[in-house]
Design a protein around this ligand. Structure first.
Ligand SMILES: [Zn+2]
Length: 359
């Protein structure tokens, strides 16, 4: 004994060291996840720069933590730097939230997108292109038990009964949480063109697919509408209303050909038009009312793609496409829209002639 190093006389007053404290690993990603099928849009597309609040207070900057009584031994004050510092999601969406001092029980975690990518409400005509993606803040109710995560689900902080459709808890275990944020805005990379005059027509479609993912990829990279309405009623916007999107193909309405230049296009995600959900009709009607009001479109000028689509062959350009009944579908509830003074339903017993459509 006694062979150990002597304690130096000039022990520093503040010894800085780093230790790992209890923490929650979080993965924030841009995704469209549905519990029934697990589909994700661009799995792995992490959101960088998101920040967090717990029970209404910002996490961090939480850079220092003093040991018991502020001193440990021999007059050395111990200063611990929490490894996570001020938490924000990094380049692939990961963040680490220190849970030191967070009591067991229920808490509300708020995930806040970076300010330049934050939207404030569901997509409508007022949402403008400001970033490649935009999301709304998302609230997660989580329960801690013995310092570990025991439950997690999205919530509306103002109304516990209200369902959230702009995000979900993708998965969690006792030390990690995956949070899927559904964008309100995804910029189409297809290159929308400017309009010479404002839109005067709205064209409704259905995707013909059960899930939103593949049609979104097509809308971003090839052709697509201004808006898509997911099966839970969430609306994502891809092109500003003042620009021309590519959704109507070869088409004619009234005396005008080329309906893309005239119209705002809306795709409703569903395989068959008879399974459009209540949530989708609700969001569609709200979106249409806003577009009619904000863009000054006459409320009867809301039509189906079937009403204006013509064949691609030059000799058929004046004829409706033979598959016209399929978009937005045979069973689309036009009467429901008409009750809201949107669009029109032909009168029963009136036979439309070949010259009547689009007149
Ligand atoms: Zn269509």
């Amino acid at each position: 004994m006694g062979e150990g190093k002597p304690i130096p006389k000039d022990v520093p007053k503040n010894v800085k060291c780093t230790i790992e404290l209890p923490a929650l690993e979080i993965f924030v990603r841009s995704a469209f996840y549905h519990a029934d099928n697990g589909e994700c849009f661009s799995p792995g597309e992490g959101i960088t720069g998101a920040t967090f609040e717990l029970d209404g207070k910002p996490f961090g900057p939480k850079t220092s933590y003093y040991g018991a009584n502020g001193r440990v031994s021999s007059g050395v004050a111990m200063k611990v730097t929490v490894a996570a510092g001020a938490p924000a999601s990094k380049e692939v969406g990961w963040a680490k939230l220190p849970l030191t001092g967070v009591a067991d029980g229920d808490h509300v975690l708020k995930v806040i997108p970076p300010p330049s990518q934050a939207s404030t409400a569901a997509a409508d005509s007022s949402l403008k292109d400001g970033a490649k993606r935009m999301w709304r803040p998302l609230h997660i109710k989580m329960t801690l038990k013995e310092g570990k995560l025991a439950a997690a689900a999205t919530c509306d902080p103002d109304d516990a009964k209200k369902k959230i459709n702009h995000g979900s808890v993708g998965a969690f275990d006792e030390t990690s949480l995956a949070i899927d944020m559904k964008p309100d805005w995804i910029r189409s990379e297809y290159g929308p063109r400017s309009r010479g005059k404002s839109a005067s027509l709205i064209v409704l479609h259905h995707t013909g697919k059960k899930l939103i993912g593949s049609s979104l990829h097509e809308a971003i990279n090839a052709k697509g509408p201004h808006y898509e309405i997911d099966i839970d009623g969430h609306v994502v916007k891809l092109v500003e209303d003042t620009k021309i999107a590519s959704h109507a193909g070869t088409s004619k309405w009234g005396s005008e050909t080329g309906c893309n230049a005239l119209s705002v296009g809306i795709e409703i995600v569903n395989e068959n038009a008879d399974d459009i959900t209540e949530a989708q009709y609700g969001s569609l009607i709200a979106l249409l009312k806003g577009l009619v009001k904000d863009l000054g479109i006459k409320s009867h000028r809301i039509i189906g793609h079937a009403d204006c689509r013509t064949h691609d062959k030059p000799k058929d350009t004046e004829l409706l496409s033979s598959d016209r009944a399929d978009c937005p579908g045979y069973k689309f509830d036009w009467a429901r829209l008409e009750k809201e003074a949107l669009g029109m339903v032909p009168k029963v017993g009136v036979t439309l002639g070949a010259e009547d459509w689009g007149g």
